[in-house]
Every structure is written in structure tokens, then in C-alpha cells.
Design a protein around this ligand. Structure first.
Ligand SMILES: Cc1ncc(COP(=O)(O)O)c(C=O)c1O
Length: 390
């Protein structure tokens, strides 16, 4: 199989698996236990927290382990939103129309609770307009949540610049306006240093960077008002109750360290393969439209629409030939809905429903790309012929 769906999930790194193994096989201790195996488990979680904090330019006390990207994002929006509101700072939140559903649905939940949410549109390159953000800021704005990199088209948002704008606005409005970013797609490709980004909260998901599924990271800057979403035991510094997933946490830290260390070399190498894929498609396949921009975009994502093609049919055809890709659509209630991201970018509905996403990974090779280009152009030709015959 040629796997080009790394934005959906990535293979577990063998180094991560190796350091998880003892906690899956023999050391089953609960980190809260006051005996040998409990203490070893606690030590492993502490060490993992330190590793993650170092990768994020943070303090260990600012790192919470969660059950995944979704929980981290839900917790950031609901936890910070509710704590800021309780402190009397306001109830207005700004986000974007292109967030992952984990963010969009948390925002809808906040609206149901009586908060006001502004959803910023983006331009045709998938970037948020800074003037629109400036205009949306109000005296009662408490939180801005904007993703660092989009999972469907790869567009990168200017988070450090947004942070500077919010600092000025916070002074003007006399209270803090906090900044959260969904950085789930970033670690293998970009720096996720929270100091350089200037964020108060940042969400990650381990399985997107070679870690295990079901583990997330939430960075919460010291002093950030936060109301826990999960309550019960006092784990994670009273901010996220529940017995720790020790093996998962240990594997997450190892995977993040590797992802972080190699990000710039990997970005260059994989970016070149992605560019070859883009050029090959443009040269070989008539009626193709690239929805991912060449600049300010993750180096591993390429979203393309093909005229007279249904994306689910093409994904199925490629799957039959051993190539895993994904549609730019979300399947809900058995209906294929065009991607909310492409629609927000102004892509016409017809073109949005003929889009597919290729997302490359550390293990993708030039031979893979050349093979995909060959199969892709053959399958598109066949699909178009079938359509003409019908
Ligand atoms: C940008 C982005 N945010 C959040 C998530 C949710 O992460 P998880 O599946 O780990 O809950 C994803 C997963 O696709 C994502 O791509």
C-alpha cells in the first residue's frame, strides 16, 4: 500500500512503541499508587511531561495529557471560555469557519450556553484576514481560537502576528484576550514552540505525529483561567481527572521529540515530493485545480479537484490500486457533504465535491509519488470515460 493519508493518522514510530512496551506488558502500575510499580509509572509520566514541555518551549506544569486532539480542543474552548466568563471578562469568542469539527462543535456548544461566537471567513488561499480579525474584536471578547495549520488544505495561519494583535487589544480593552491554537497538524513540519507562537493554549494529538491513538496534549500557559472539562480525581494538576494512560503518554513524548527534532529537514524533503506531485498532476491531468497554495502551506498536504470526477469514486478507485487517500468531504448521515473548508475558501460546490487530499508522511518516497501519478491519471481517464458512456 502507498499511504497518502498521514493527515488522518500516521504510523506509530517504532521508538515510541519500544518505550511503551514495558507499560503495556509488565509495569501496569497506577501512577497514584504508593508502591514500586506505581512510583515507576509516575516517574515515567513526569519524564514524558518534561520532554513534551521542552519540545513546546514550556514548563512541565503547563502540559496536560488528554485523550486526543478533540478533548484538548474541547477543553481549551469550553474550559477557558467558561473560566473567563465567570471572571466577568465577557462572553464573546472569535474562531474561524475552517476549524476542525472538534473546534467548530465546541463553539456551537458555547453558543448554546449563551456565548456569542464570530466565525471568521478566510480568503481563497485558506488564510484568515487580519483586518477581519481586527474588526471582529470587541470589548467583551475573551478568547480567540485559530488553527495553526488546516488539515484539509494545509494553510498556515499567522499565529505569532495574531498574538501580537491580541496583546495590543487586551491593553485597549482592559482585560486579557486569550489565544488558543489547534496545532494538531503541525509537529512533524513546523515549530510548535508556544513562546514563539505567543499562545495561551495549544492542542496536539499524538497519532498525527507518530504517537499512539487516544492521547492528546493541551498546553495551558501559567495563569490561564481554566475550568476542567473532566472532573473526578486530582490527576493532571487538578485540571483533567482520570487515571493516566501511562504507555500512551510515554509513547507520545518520544514521538513528539522525534517529530520536533527532524521537522525542518523533513519539511524540505517531503515538500519537494509534494511539489513533484503537484507539478505531475498539473502536467498530466487536464481539468485539475489545486486547492492548496504553494506558499504558507504545510509541506505534506495537497488538495486537488478534478473536473467530472466524484471524489468518493476516485478515492475508492485508488484504494483498489493500493493507494490510500481521502476525500475533502465529510460523510454524515450517509450523505456526502462538500468540505466546509473548501466552501469557506470560496471553492464552487461542484469543484469542492470533486476534491481529494493527498497527505504525505516521513516514509513517502519519490517512487511512491511517480507511481501515484501514473495510476491517478489512468483512473481519472477511466472514470471520465465511464461517465461519458453513461
Ligand atoms: C486539525 C485537527 N484538529 C483536531 C483533530 C482531532 O484530533 P483527534 O482525532 O486526535 O481527536 C484533527 C484530526 O483529524 C485535526 O486534523
Amino acid at each position: 500500500m502507498i499511504y497518502l493519508d498521514h493527515a488522518a493518522t500516521s504510523p506509530l514510530r517504532k521508538e515510541a512503541l519500544e518505550c511503551m512496551r514495558p507499560f503495556l506488558e509488565s509495569n501496569f502500575g497506577n501512577p497514584s499508587g504508593h508502591y514500586e510499580i506505581g512510583k515507576i509509572a509516575q516517574l515515567a509520566v513526569d519524564q514524558a511531561r518534561l520532554t513534551v514541555a521542552t519540545c513546546l518551549g514550556a514548563r512541565p506544569q503547563e502540559i496536560l495529557f488528554t485523550s486526543g486532539g478533540t478533548e484538548s480542543i474541547n477543553s481549551a474552548l469550553l474550559g477557558i471560555g467558561q473560566a473567563m466568563h465567570r471572571a466577568g471578562s465577557g462572553n464573546h469568542i472569535i474562531t474561524t469557519a475552517i476549524e476542525h469539527h472538534a473546534g467548530l462543535h465546541a463553539s456551537l456548544w458555547l453558543e448554546e450556553l449563551g456565548y456569542t461566537v464570530t466565525y471568521l471567513d478566510c480568503d481563497s488561499s485558506g488564510k484568515v484576514n487580519m483586518d477581519a480579525l481586527k474588526k471582529a474584536l470587541r470589548p467583551d471578547t475573551i478568547l480567540v481560537s485559530i488553527m495553526l495549520a488546516n488539515n484539509e488544505v494545509g494553510s498556515i495561519q499567522p499565529i505569532a502576528e495574531i498574538s501580537e494583535l491580541l496583546k495590543t487589544s487586551s491593553i485597549k480593552h482592559g482585560h486579557r484576550i486569550l489565544l488558543h491554537t489547534d496545532a494538531v497538524q503541525a509537529p512533524e513540519w513546523l515549530s510548535v514552540n508556544t513562546k514563539h507562537l505567543g499562545v495561551d493554549a495549544l492542542s496536539l494529538s499524538a497519532h498525527k505525529f507518530g504517537g499512539p491513538k487516544g492521547v492528546g496534549i493541551l498546553f495551558l500557559k501559567r495563569g490561564t483561567p481554566f475550568r476542567p472539562l473532566l472532573v473526578g480525581g486530582g490527576q493532571e494538576m487538578q485540571k483533567r481527572a482520570g487515571t493516566e494512560n501511562v504507555a500512551g503518554i510515554v509513547g507520545t513524548a518520544t514521538a513528539l521529540e522525534i517529530a520536533n527534532r527532524g521537522a525542518s529537514e523533513r519539511s524540505k524533503r517531503i515538500g519537494e515530493l509534494r511539489n513533484r506531485l503537484r507539478e505531475g498532476i498539473e502536467q498530466k491531468i487536464n481539468g485539475s485545480y489545486t486547492n492548496s497554495q504553494a506558499v504558507d502551506t504545510l509541506p505534506n498536504i495537497l488538495n486537488v479537484s478534478f473536473e467530472e470526477i466524484e471524489s468518493d469514486e476516485l478515492v475508492a478507485r485508488l484504494d483498489e490500486k493500493g493507494i490510500a487517500t481521502s476525500t475533502g468531504s465529510a460523510c454524515s448521515n450517509a450523505l456526502w457533504e462538500p468540505s466546509h473548508v473548501l466552501l469557506a475558501m470560496g471553492v464552487p460546490i461542484r469543484r469542492a465535491s470533486s476534491s481529494i487530499r493527498f497527505s504525505l508522511g516521513d516514509d513517502t518516497t519519490l517512487q511512491d509519488i511517480e507511481h501515484v501519478l501514473k495510476v491517478l491519471s489512468e483512473e481519472i481517464q477511466l472514470a471520465r470515460l465511464k461517465r461519458t458512456d453513461a
